[in-house]
Design a protein around this ligand. Structure first.
Ligand SMILES: [Zn+2]
Length: 283
């Protein structure tokens, strides 16, 4: 079973996770820029984080045979913080980089006017940079959030078929599918979606344009949930080809819209790596 996790926050995870993910079949992943839990106090805090997503984390993933890409954005929660919003002006220089395969994660948290502005601005940035967008749906009031998200996407320069709507569930999947977006599902131990509900959704709505992710981060989450969904699909009578479509070919097809997907886990240059070489050379 080959697996592409299209949404996982590896910065929050350990090397044991990388080993277990490789063992489970994960060969590629995308790490969206998001909230650190601890509020940022200036745009400079984003720059170090974005640099880590583009340098250190792909280097770390490559040690375990996993290709790492990222998405870059001002996340919805911090779109409400005036200490953070100036980062919007600096996003273009990051969006030009090869390791960036989408703008994201963007979308709504509390559906404020500040979030409207950040979402519209960043959809325009995606269009300008010929990148797709990863748009999450809010944890509360999901259907209202989805409809408002789809309205903003329709008013933007980015076609809806270049948008992946994430954290979908039984209440939101139909409208997102009817709108023509890619369909993302985050499978979590306690909340969001579990593997059996995921199988039911695949039975009802099919496998086309469906992506499954672990969204594992610093909270209670499981980086092997993609594998668990593959196993649950096989147990429920789906074939190997269906599993491969959902867990590999669909995420590849979506992020390939960036024109930047590089599925060999090549080791990117990293300052720390050079530092290590210098250390070894001097030893
Ligand atoms: Zn996330």
């Amino acid at each position: 079973m080959r697996i592409f996790d299209p949404h996982i926050h590896m910065t929050s995870r350990t090397t044991d996770d990388y080993e277990a993910m490789y063992e489970a079949g994960v060969r590629a992943l995308v790490e969206p820029a998001f909230w650190l839990g601890q509020p940022r106090t200036s745009p400079a805090s984003f720059f170090d984080y974005f640099d880590a997503l583009l340098g250190w984390e792909p280097f770390r993933a490559a040690q375990y045979g996993i290709a790492h890409h990222c998405t870059i954005a001002l996340n919805p929660k911090e779109a409400n913080d005036p200490r953070c919003t100036p980062v919007l002006d600096d996003l273009p220089r990051y969006l030009a980089k090869d390791g960036v395969v989408a703008v994201g994660e963007i979308g709504y948290d509390s559906m404020t006017p500040a979030e409207d502005t950040a979402l519209a601005t960043q959809l325009q940035l995606a269009a300008d940079h010929e990148l797709p967008a990863l748009v999450h749906t809010p944890h509360r009031d999901k259907l209202t959030g989805l409809h408002r998200t789809l309205d903003v996407v329709r008013e933007s320069a980015l076609p809806v078929d270049r948008v992946l709507i994430d954290h979908l569930n039984e209440t939101t999947v139909k409208d997102a599918k009817d709108a023509g977006s890619w369909l993302g599902f985050s499978v979590y131990p306690d909340t969001k979606m579990d593997e059996d509900r995921m199988v039911e959704i695949l039975r009802t709505y099919g496998t086309e344009k469906v992506l499954v992710n672990s969204a594992a981060d610093w909270g209670k989450s499981d980086p092997l949930k993609t594998r668990r969904v593959g196993e649950a699909m096989l147990k429920a009578g789906f074939g190997d080809d269906d599993v491969d479509l959902v867990l590999w070919r669909n995420p590849v097809a979506f992020y390939a819209l960036s024109g930047r997907l590089q599925l060999d886990p090549t080791e990117p240059p990293s300052p720390t790596h050079e530092g290590n070489s210098i250390l070894r050379g001097g030893a």
